[in-house]
Design a binder for this molecule. Structure first.
Ligand code: ADP
Ligand code: MG
Length: 396
């Protein structure tokens, strides 16, 4: 029985750019965001084109599948090499790009327009960028978002997770019975040799000091090379033109596990400080992310977080750090899955606060704040009354 033959209405070719697989259709229109990354990667590795077919099974009304050779030869026209969004060279174009860039910020990332534009501007101007702020305030998310909006070849390295900076940043020496001793270069070496690459150095503040030493010359605007001191003669590798580094660092007194970064290293970066969200911004982020969760509940979570943040900053702070946005998002995920506020806080928030000292412990303090929002509908007022009482005491 002859099957009805479906024809795709769009055909794309996959191109590799850095560690990204971009999809370009025959008109040169970029379709990357319409296709899952796994599908693009398979197509690239398998050397085939993808076609968009109508599909009733999918919400979007179509699905992307491998297209057969006959269709390929009929419809595919050579897609010219398209370098991702060129960073415009004319000054007016640069200005327009920077000042129109707020629309590139993902909706789910809360960041002020000024900070976002400063971030984009620093990247466009080829600065080494360091995103700073306390844990869970969106540094990694913002760094990844800026990398995505620039649409240049990008590479990601989590330096906080590597035990062996030398092999991550330089490479490894191996021995093979046939080849003898040979050196295999790291992905980082490939990254810095890729013109216009954007290289994300996540958790740089937690990296091993060896990593900082290796990066010193790489990041220095006057040097820009990597020394392969593993190899004889200590060869160096030049950083390609247009490479931008974006690092993240937890800077905050609460992070004792963060090694104190060398001043010389810090000096090599333009600092972009991520703001901790205000109560209003926190609430609007949570309502945007969890439209199905009761708004009052979400507003209360924002209030709780804010109270802990204000407390941690006060002179007489009884807790060393406030609840982060990362934590409120996790907590609301639990609310969405049917846990009560009390339960959600117990598993996701309390364990982060020290319980030594019993009633005077940090954990007890945070529990008390949460409890005020747990009792019943009147809890809100109760807290405010108490707060007002405290405020009055302070005034008198
Ligand atoms: N400013 C923010 N806007 C939106 N979501 C945020 C923000 N800050 C934190 N989050 C949420 O917390 C999660 C973890 O944030 P992350 O970027 O990993 O923080 P950091 O790198 O500063 O520790 C994000 O995936 C996101 O869900
Ligand atoms: Mg991070």
């Amino acid at each position: 029985m002859a099957k009805q033959k479906l024809t795709p209405d769009v055909i794309v070719r996959i191109e590799k750019s850095g560690n990204r697989y971009n999809a370009w259709d025959t008109d040169g229109v970029k379709r990357t965001s319409e296709i899952t990354s796994g599908c693009r990667k398979n197509a690239y590795n398998g050397g085939y084109l993808l076609g968009r077919f109508p599909s009733t099974a999918s919400k979007s009304g179509f699905s992307w599948r491998k297209v057969s050779d006959t269709i390929m030869s009929e419809t595919s026209s050579p897609v010219e090499e398209t370098p991702s969004i060129d960073v415009p060279s004319e000054h007016t174009e640069v200005l327009n790009f920077i000042h129109g860039s707020y629309s590139l910020k993902p909706k789910g990332l809360m960041m002020s327009e000024l900070k976002w534009k400063y971030l984009i501007r620093s990247a466009v101007r080829g600065k080494n960028i360091m995103m700073t702020g306390p844990a869970g305030c969106g540094k990694t998310m913002a760094a990844k978002s800026v990398v995505n909006s620039l649409d240049r070849p990008d590479f990601y390295f989590n330096l906080g997770a590597t035990q062996d900076p030398r092999s991550t940043l330089i490479g490894n020496t191996h021995f093979d019975t046939n080849k003898g001793t040979y050196f295999s270069k790291s992905l980082f070496v490939e990254a810095i040799q890729t013109p216009n690459a954007v290289i994300l150095l996540d958790e740089l503040s937690r990296a091993h000091p060896d990593a900082w030493n290796i990066l010193m010359t790489v990041l220095d605007y006057g040097q820009r090379y990597l020394r392969l001191d593993e190899q004889s003669g200590s060869d160096t590798i030049k950083v390609a033109d247009g490479v931008t580094f974006v690092a993240t660092a937890n800077i905050g007194n609460e992070y004792t596990s963060t090694r104190v970064m060398d001043k010389a290293l810090m000096d090599r970066f333009t600092i972009v400080e991520m703001d901790v969200l205000s109560e209003v911004d926190e609430a609007s982020l949570l309502t945007y992310m969890f439209p199905n969760v009761d708004t009052t509940l979400l507003t209360n979570v924002a209030k709780i977080a804010n109270l802990t943040r204000v407390e941690s900053k006060s002179e007489t702070a009884r807790i060393t750090s406030g609840i982060s946005t990362k934590n409120t998002v996790e907590l609301c995920g639990l609310l969405y899955d049917g846990f009560s506020l009390e339960e959600a806080a117990e598993v996701s928030i309390y364990p982060q606060y020290d319980d030594t000292g019993g009633v005077d412990s940090e954990r007890t303090f945070v529990k008390q704040i949460v409890q005020k929002f747990c009792d019943d509908g009147s809890s809100d007022d109760l807290f405010n009354e108490e707060e007002m009482a405290t405020a009055e005491e302070t005034v008198s």
